[in-house]
Write a protein that binds this ligand. Structure first.
Ligand SMILES: NC(=O)c1ccc[n+]([C@@H]2O[C@H](COP(=O)([O-])OP(=O)(O)OC[C@H]3O[C@@H](n4cnc5c(N)ncnc54)[C@H](O)[C@@H]3O)[C@@H](O)[C@H]2O)c1
Length: 325
C-alpha cells in the first residue's frame, strides 16, 4: 500500500503513520504537513513540508499515485473557528475541495480517509449517545467545515466513484502505546487532558472552563478515544475497502459510548499523580454540554472496537509522554 497522510506531523496523523508502518513494513507512507515536528519524523518514507493544497503537494501526489490518502490536515480549534471563521472555511473547506478535485482527476482514484469530528452533531438534545443517523447541526464553523467535507466526499463518490470513509472522531487523547513514549501530542494542546497534565507537571494552575453545564457535576462530558484506537480504525478501513471490496462513501463514529466529565479527569489525576491547583474560568465558545458516541457502525462494518480507551489507559499513556525525560 502507498499512503499519503496530510497533517502527518500532527497528533493523530503521526500515530496513523506509525500504525501503518508497524502493521506492515512494506506500507509506504508519505506525509504532507506545513509544520515540521521533530518527534513525528521517522514514521514515513518521505515528508513534504508545505500546504497540502499547494501545487507542489498536488504534483507530489500525482507522482506517488497513492492507494490511499488520509486527510488529517485542518485547523482544529473550535473556539477560534467561532472568532475567525474565515480561516476555517478557507483551510478546511476550500483547500480540501482543491485536494479532492485533484484526487478525483487522477488516473487511479485513491481511497480517501477523512478526519471528521463529533462536532458535526452540534449540541445533541436529550444527552443520549449519538448515532450516525442523528441530526447534524454543527454549532461552530469548525463543525460546519467537517460536515461540508463529509457531504463533499459523499457527492464525489456518487458522481466520480471516489471511495471514502469519514471518521467522526470523538475526543482523541492518550499517547503511543505500551513502551512507545516517543510519540504523543505536541506541547500546548487545547484539550483538557493535555492541559491538566502539562499544568500539573509545570506546577501551574489548571483552568477548568465552565462549571455550569447541564451535566451532573456541571462540567462538560466527552467521549475520549485513545489515539492508537483511532489509528487502528484507519488500518481496518483500508482492509475493509481493498480486501473486502467495499467501495462507497461511508461515515462512522469513533467513540466508546462512555462519557467522562472534566471533573472526573481532575479527580483521577489527583488520585493517581497527586494534587494540583485548579481554578474555574468561563465556558469556551462552541462547547456542547455532553457529547458521547455509539460506534455500532464502525463495529459492524470495519470490526472496530476501542481497546486502549479507558480513562486510566488514556491518562496513564499521556502521563508517560508528558513526563518523559
Ligand atoms: N484531536 C481530536 O480530538 C480530534 C477530534 C475530532 C477530529 N479531529 C480532526 O483530526 C485531524 C487531526 O487532528 P490533530 O488533533 O492531529 O490536529 P493537529 O493540529 O495535531 O494536526 C493537524 C496537522 O495538520 C497540519 N495542517 C493544517 N493545515 C494544513 C495545511 N493547509 N497544509 C498542510 N498541513 C496542514 C498542521 O500543521 C498539523 O500538523 C484534524 O482534521 C482534526 O480536525 C481531531
Amino acid at each position: 500500500m502507498k499512503i499519503v497522510i496530510t497533517g502527518g506531523c500532527g497528533y493523530i496523523g503521526s500515530h496513523i503513520a506509525r500504525a501503518l508502518r508497524l502493521q506492515n513494513s512494506k506500507n509506504e507512507v508519505f506525509v504532507i504537513d506545513r509544520e515540521r515536528r521533530e518527534h513525528t519524523l521517522g514514521n514515513a518514507a518521505g515528508y513534504l513540508h508545505t500546504d497540502f493544497a499547494s501545487k507542489s503537494s498536488l504534483m507530489w501526489i500525482t507522482e506517488l499515485e497513492p492507494d490511499v490518502v488520509v486527510h488529517c490536515a485542518a485547523d482544529t480549534m473550535v473556539g477560534e473557528s467561532v472568532t475567525d471563521p474565515a480561516k476555517y472555511y478557507w483551510n478546511n473547506i476550500s483547500k480540501t475541495e482543491t485536494l479532492m478535485t485533484h484526487l478525483k482527476d487522477l488516473k487511479r482514484k485513491p481511497l480517501v480517509l477523512f478526519s471528521s469530528s463529533a462536532s458535526v452533531y452540534g449540541n445533541p438534545v436529550g444527552g443520549q449517545a449519538v448515532v450516525e443517523t442523528d441530526l447534524k447541526l454543527p454549532i461552530s464553523p469548525y463543525g460546519v467545515s467537517k460536515h461540508v467535507v463529509e457531504r463533499m466526499l459523499s457527492d464525489y463518490f456518487d458522481a466520480y466513484q471516489m471511495p471514502s470513509v469519514s471518521f467522526r472522531y470523538f475526543n482523541a487523547a492518550g499517547a503511543g502505546i505500551a513502551d512507545q513514549i516517543d510519540l504523543g501530542q505536541a506541547a500546548g494542546a487545547s484539550h483538557i487532558i493535555a492541559r491538566i497534565l502539562e499544568a500539573k507537571l509545570a506546577n501551574k494552575t489548571f483552568t477548568l472552563n465552565g462549571t455550569d453545564y447541564a451535566t451532573p457535576d456541571g462540567t462538560c462530558i466527552r467521549d475520549y478515544v485513545h489515539v492508537w484506537d483511532i489509528a487502528r480504525a484507519h488500518l481496518q478501513a483500508i482492509d475493509w475497502v481493498f480486501n473486502k471490496g467495499n467501495y462507497c462513501a461511508a461515515a462512522m463514529n469513533l467513540g466508546t459510548g462512555t462519557g467522562i466529565s472534566n471533573q472526573q479527569i481532575i479527580n483521577y489525576v489527583r488520585e493517581k499523580y497527586g494534587d494540583f491547583l485548579v481554578d474555574t474560568g468561563p465556558r469556551r465558545p462552541g462547547d456542547p454540554d455532553r457529547l458521547v458516541a455509539r460506534a455500532d457502525v464502525a463495529r459492524a462494518i470495519i470490526g472496530w472496537t476501542p481497546e486502549h480507551s479507558t480513562l486510566e489507559q488514556i491518562v496513564d499513556s499521556a502521563w508517560k509522554w508528558y513526563s518523559r525525560v
